[in-house]
Write a protein that binds this ligand. Sequence first.
Ligand SMILES: NC(=O)c1ccc[n+]([C@@H]2O[C@H](COP(=O)([O-])OP(=O)(O)OC[C@H]3O[C@@H](n4cnc5c(N)ncnc54)[C@H](O)[C@@H]3O)[C@@H](O)[C@H]2O)c1
Length: 254
Amino acid sequence: MGERLRGKVALITGAGKGIGREAAVLFAREGARIVAADLDGAAATETVARAEAEGGEALAVVGDVAVEADVERMIAEGARRFGGLSILYNNAGVLWKDRDRSVLETDGQWWDRVMAINLKSVFWVTKYGIPLLQRAGGGSIVMMGSVSALVGFARAQDAYTAAKGALVSLTKSLAIQFARDRIRCNIIHPGIVDTPLQAPYLTEALRREFEAGIPLGRIAHPREIASVALFLASDDSSFMTGAELVVDGGFTAG
Ligand SMILES: NC(=O)c1ccc[n+]([C@@H]2O[C@H](COP(=O)([O-])OP(=O)(O)OC[C@H]3O[C@@H](n4cnc5c(N)ncnc54)[C@H](O)[C@@H]3O)[C@@H](O)[C@H]2O)c1
């Protein structure tokens, strides 16, 4: 087992699948105790089993990150079990290409729901989580942005894009406000990653089209994002706060 997160307790939202699950297993392998939060209880429980198989300790907490009472309860359950909290990894998010399109084509209810899950959830997690990080004497907040926050796409998901863009501003605001509490806050902007979130849309033709636009010639494995989250969660990034890390195979450099 590694030591990079020894003694830390990490809340990971959306830990049931994709990047969140990879991060839960990786963080556990590096010594963190994991609070695996997800809407899907069976998926969160499977993540806990995988983290425990690495010799780690983990707790599944089930709820909707867009619902204040659920977030408050999940954080309280995690802190009670492990005696505090030192890492908030705001990973949960949805991409609904069928309902979230251009502003001209999107219904208000879907705009609100995407905003609630991808942005307001982070308000709840930080509102209830930061006091615990303060009590722990410091900590790390990791946000999940997207290359969608950095560049426009002709095939638009405007609610998703706006939520991810707002997270950049919130990252910087939290970084400045809580630096004196030794709480750091940084954001990762992944390019396209091979996860259940993308699976419904990734036809072979679209995959080839995406890969042709990525200088490294392929889409990312979720582990390649989780490893950057580990860096930001750990003291390896101790002098970084308010920063944006682009992890996109070179896509936005072109
Ligand atoms: N996959 C990509 O290409 C990609 C690219 C850029 C950014 N991201 C971001 O990375 C993050 C993780 O994405 P992923 O691809 O691993 O997603 P995923 O769909 O594979 O997994 C997301 C997890 O979040 C959970 N979840 C969804 N809504 C929830 C809610 N309301 N409350 C609690 N849990 C909820 C799901 O049950 C699932 O277990 C998201 O914020 C996403 O926007 C992903």
